[in-house]
Design a protein around this ligand. Sequence first.
Ligand code: PFF
Length: 453
Amino acid sequence: MATKTGEGFSSSFGAIMAAAGSAVGLGNIWRFPYICGKYGGGAFLLVYICFVFFIGMVLMMSEFVIGRRSGEDPVKAYPKLQPKRKGWRYVGIMGLITCFLILAIYLVISGWTLNYFWESLTGTLASISNDGFGKHFSEFASSAGRPVLFVILFLVFTAFVIIGGVEKGIERVSKLLMPILVVLLLILCVRSLTLDGASEGLAYLFHPDFSKLTGEGILAALGQALFSLSVGMGVMIVYGSYLPVDDNIMKSSIWITICDFAIAVLSGIAIFPAVFACGQDPTGGPGLVYQVLPVVFNSLGTVGRIFSVVFFLLLSLAALTSAISLLEALTQWLSSEKIGRTISAIVMSAAVVVLAVIASFSFGDGIFSGFKIANMQIFDLLDKLTGTILPPICALLTIIFFGWFMNKDDIYDELSNHKTLKIGYFKVFYYFLARFVAPLALIIVLVAGLFGK
Ligand code: PFF
């Protein structure tokens, strides 16, 4: 194992499951379908595929290389690989701050999801009339007690796994949950596709409408690609430091990327046909999952109730494996400062829950909703920062470090597992992408997104 603490994944399969667990989350099932619908369906999908495979995947490989080569947390990894330029540690620090902010907002949405799972199970959702779900969601999400309770509950599950350790906690839980997640999703896809009128939903998802693909949509595609693959904030550096020495980084990254992409598309297939078949509005935005899908489930009778439980369970499990990776990044850093793993996990959880509660209170008509920074409620500000601004900036700096400041021989040595693997032309192609294509694309999209309009 590469890390100083001796923690690490026991096998490549376990490592792939854990990293795929980090990648597959609310981003795939809650966010991807509604953004894809908003920015032109198939047109968005085309741009998204390019960003995922030519930028996101390249970043994932780069972060794995940085992590495994250094065997350090993101703050120490950069200066260890480039001792003459210690300033690079700030990229690691910025990544961890991004993780902290993402985790706060992630916990809020995961809390909603857990509540909806509970309400499906107990029959509360089934007792609401179809036009009452909008009100139900906004009243619930803006209230003070219940969302916070579910945030804390979700965080306790997450911290519990982290305290279990890398192999016995994260790896074990991911190996168990990921296959369950795929099976649940496939069941939902089959049901959705066999509903009358399902084809309209598929057309909505796959038919390219380039008129809706704006500059903002392209930036959203990039932000979504990075967010969905969990790259650009150092989490994959952390998991890279846990990779077994004989893991084939290129192969694993390709598998994780394919898995993440496939699950996003499958989520779209599970959601849109059902939404159309039940005559609901596909442009429901962030509320799609909480306001529109319950109507869909209710109109399917008893079967719908079962599907509602399955869906919200699926979403909660997906969110859990992603939240685990975010809390692990923060815990690894703190515990590398000679503080025990358990204490580190508890301290980080306590710190992040404060921000999560503030974010929750600032949502909708919550008690902090009047408090604004840069004319935005705290929840919206966090969403914007973590969705489209910080990850692309961190990603750009990471890829510049990798392509221009890291020793090329070190990179090849790490990718080829000390020359025991043949990586041939692929390494040339990959290095070219990492050095020129990815940074350039990131700069163009970032500048256009931040200063354009
Ligand atoms: N990739 C996760 C998702 O799609 O929901 C979210 C995420 C996890 C983002 C971990 C960033 C991260 F570091």
